[in-house]
Design a protein around this ligand. Structure first.
Ligand SMILES: C[S@@+](CC[C@H](N)C(=O)[O-])C[C@H]1O[C@@H](n2cnc3c(N)ncnc32)[C@H](O)[C@@H]1O
Length: 216
């Protein structure tokens, strides 16, 4: 493992902790019928954006997150989730248990060596015909240039930025890189989007790559 985990509990004070209500991603909803069974693992479940709608509709969901505040929000919103506090870089994924593994807006918060290792762990342990669903920052995300020009970050190879004082990393991906990482999977859905995120107090542009793949 390289560097510290991004710690939401320390990063956000109680009165500005971001609240992200459950909302089933349209692209995941569209392909949910492809799942061979009902077992779901959410790596970096946050506040249960997709996992709460999945649990409510009868899926058995296990969610892992580093943030106890996020896990408390999940627990208080839905009593059907199996929640585990931990760092997803060391979380052992049970082999051939899960029909769907989600890691949405999490895998960019690492040095790519760690992101790639988590992806390999997902790929090796997902059930055959199971789906993986990820969102990662694209290289077009304006935070890349903003951080790269900031004295707080050092710019490393392969579009990786190192926050020196916190010893955390943030990585930016290309669509080709995501397709290459899942070259042995069947691509069900991939998109690269650039949009204005209006959820917080300060609207900001976000660049994201969304991928759904099936283990064959
Ligand atoms: C932007 S939120 C996304 C949450 C959720 N997946 C969603 O789509 O709404 C990122 C989440 O990743 C979690 N996280 C970041 N690094 C982590 C790590 N090393 N291990 C476990 N969770 C981590 C954070 O605590 C946070 O809840």
């Amino acid at each position: 493992m390289i560097g510290n985990p991004v710690d939401y509990d320390k990063k956000f004070k109680d009165n500005n902790f971001p609240i992200f209500p459950p909302k089933f991603d349209a692209e995941l909803k569209r392909y949910i019928n492809l799942l061979p069974g009902k077992e779901v693992l959410d790596l970096g479940i946050g506040q249960g954006r997709n996992s709460i709608p999945l649990a409510v509709s009868g899926f058995n969901v296990t969610g892992v997150d580093y943030s106890t505040k996020c896990l408390d929000i999940c627990k208080n919103t839905c009593d059907k989730l199996n929640l585990i506090q931990g760092d997803i870089r060391t979380f052992p994924i049970d082999k051939n248990k899960y029909d769907l593994i989600l890691s949405r807006c999490v895998l960019h918060f690492f040095h790519k060596n760690d992101s790639y290792q988590i992806i390999n762990n997902i790929k090796n342990n997902l059930k055959t015909n199971g789906l993986v669903h990820i969102h990662v920052f694209s290289l077009e995300d304006p935070r890349y240039k903003k951080h790269a020009n900031s004295p707080n970050f050092e710019v490393l190879d392969n579009n990786i930025l190192h926050n020196v004082s916190e010893d955390t990393y943030v990585s930016f991906f290309t669509k080709e890189e995501v397709l290459d990482l899942f070259s042995d999977f069947k691509t069900i859905y991939i998109s690269q989007e650039y949009s204005l995120d209006q959820r917080g107090d300060t609207p900001c542009y976000a660049g994201v790559i969304k991928y759904i793949g099936q283990k064959i």
